[in-house]
Ligand binder design. Structure first.
Ligand code: AMP
Length: 538
């Protein structure tokens, strides 16, 4: 067969040639902006000419600090197809982390959404490698800013030619994109995605048993484009010619629900907190979500109660998926096998609440502390290890932290899981979040999921608190649904759990709080909870 490099260039080319009429919808500063893949392609070419003009060289890191919008999508293809590397900056990082990642990646240009300029103004004296800032807004005029060497995106594009000869001599293993994942301790860790990895991951996203993303879909990535490539959705949508709906700056739940209804979205992707919000809004407003074929839910465990509520109240299923920044990210998807369909309803919900089956294209094993593979019995716990063409091989310029995480040619995920007889993986915890009580493990995720099935509970997170005798014991932090606030007591939650979990799993304390703190990518921030409820502060 031919030697054929797997490059993003051919994905872009297909959108232009086969789907020039298909739409990209972008919520921008003045409302809803629509254009076609033909317009998109021409602007990507203009942008590539701009990169040349700005002196960007092959392999240079070009950063974006942006929401999910059409300009960000233009960067997604222009930068890698040009031969440079798109570094998507997480706009929710603390400023010292932002400084670290920009300097560590040695970004040469930063493209920034107009309303995010203050984030860069704050750190401009500390970032050493950036030669140009490009402001993305609807105007050609620049806003007032203290940033130096600053240009207007629209002005640059207007002055550039709308065709570009993208290089076809790139190595498929050359870097196309990168992003940083926040670490439990220390600075964020950089993950580099190659053209080949993104190409094969996109193909996998299209498989019927993965997300089955196709030309017919109308796709709303709620997950930010700076979080693991918005789970690869923008790359796959452009390639397949799927209509993309980009929700723009600070989309609230109402904006999302309206976009789903108005654009007739078929596939939406986000973390569980988003879908909990959508469920609460639906209970009030009764939105028509009949166009949706699946709400993809990942990044944190999808509670069984949420999956059930979406089936029964919203009328569209949650599809539970698992991945990490290091895995591009899709690695597991939970869909019961065809011969399981006549099993009792409750059992099927339990299966769908697991993280699921390994997607085609990857390999996995689950090993105990001695490095031995554990039995697939749904009981024995071990660490999930992954390998495959879209799994990172190291952290960028970080040999010390790469060594343990990528030893023996596998990614060690730090997720502690069980695997059942059918091969469904179930995460018990992040290694650091497991609760070790009297020498036995308690799964905080299982406990949280059970608490969240209480009808009065909106959200629940369980953390370990130090205990003199048992070393650690579980503490449940519970947010009640608005109408139940003040009406549910600690004992009610414990009573509810009694016939559902082992006696020694019952939390020592249940505290009611207004909100569970979230991380920069919308997950429960257990580190913050542990600090808040450190010994003695209860
Ligand atoms: P990040 O790289 O920020 O996306 O975080 C990856 C981590 O999120 C994984 O290692 C898991 O601990 C967690 N995670 C992702 N998806 C799921 C899921 N469906 N259920 C439980 N945890 C998840």
């Amino acid at each position: 067969m031919m030697e054929y490099p797997l490059l993003l260039r051919s994905m872009l080319d297909r959108a232009y040639k086969l789907f020039p009429k298909k739409e990209v919808v972008s919520r921008d500063y003045s409302g809803i902006y629509r254009y076609t893949y033909a317009d998109y392609y021409r602007r990507v070419c203009r942008l590539a000419n701009v990169l040349k003009e700005l002196g960007v060289q092959r392999g240079d890191r070009v950063a974006s600090l942006a929401w999910n919008n059409h300009r960000h999508l233009e960067l997604y293809f222009a930068v890698p197809c040009y031969g440079a590397v798109l570094h998507t900056l997480n706009l929710r990082l603390f400023s010292d982390q932002l400084v670290y990642v920009i300097n560590h990646a040695e970004d040469s240009v930063i493209f920034v959404d107009e309303d995010l300029i203050p984030l860069l103004e704050e750190i401009k004296g500390k970032i050493n490698t950036v030669k140009h800032f490009v402001v993305m807004s609807n105007e050609e005029e620049l806003p007032d800013t203290s940033l130096g060497r600053v240009h207007s995106y629209e002005k640059l594009l207007a002055g550039a030619a709308d065709s570009f000869d993208f290089p076809d001599d790139l190595d498929e293993y050359s870097p196309a994109a990168m992003c940083y994942t926040t670490a439990t301790t220390g600075d964020p860790k950089g993950v580099v995605y190659t053209h080949r990895g993104l190409y094969l991951h996109s193909m996998c996203v299209g498989l019927a048993d993965t997300l089955g993303l196709s030309e017919r879909d109308i796709v709303l990535p709620v997950v930010p484009m700076f979080h693991a490539n918005a789970w690869g959705i923008p790359f796959a949508c452009v390639w397949f010619g799927s209509k993309l709906v980009l929700p723009g700056a600070r989309p609230d739940i109402k904006v999302l629900c309206d976009l789903i209804v108005n654009e007739k979205v078929t596939l939406a992707a986000g973390v569980p907190t988003i879908w909990m919000g959508v469920l609460a809004a639906h209970r009030q407003q009764n939105y028509d979500f009949s166009s949706v074929r699946a709400f993809i839910c990942g990044g944190s465990a999808a509670p069984k109660s949420l999956i059930e509520a979406f089936d029964k109240e919203v009328g569209a299923p949650i599809l539970h998926a698992y991945g990490m920044t290091e895995t591009t990210p899709v690695a597991l998807v939970s869909r019961p096998k065809s011969y399981m369909e006549d099993r009792p309803e409750d059992e099927l919900y339990r299966v769908r609440a697991k993280q699921g089956l390994l997607v085609a294209g990857l390999e996995m094993k689950v090993v105990d502390d001695q490095g031995r593979e554990v039995a697939w019995d749904g009981k024995q716990m071990g660490e999930l290890w992954l390998k495959g063409p879209w799994i990172a091989k190291e952290y960028y310029k970080d040999p010390e932290r790469s060594k343990p995480a990528f030893a023996e040619g596998w990614l060690h995920t730090s997720d502690i899981v069980t695997v059942d007889e059918e091969g469904f993986v179930n995460i018990s915890d992040r290694a650091k979040d497991l609760i070790k009580s009297g020498g036995e493990w308690i799964s905080s995720l299982d406990l949280e999921n059970t608490i969240m099935s209480h009808p009065a509970v909106q959200e629940a997170a369980v953390i370990a608190i130090p205990h003199e005798k048992w070393v650690e014991r579980p503490l449940a932090c519970v947010v009640l649904r608005e109408e139940h606030k003040g009406k549910v007591a600690e004992e009610d939650i414990i009573e509810f759990l009694k016939d559902k979990v082992a006696k020694w799993w019952l939390p020592d304390r249940v505290v009611f709080i207004d909100e569970i703190p979230k991380t920069s990518v919308g997950k429960f921030n257990k580190k913050a909870l542990r600090q808040q409820f450190a010994a003695g502060t209860l």
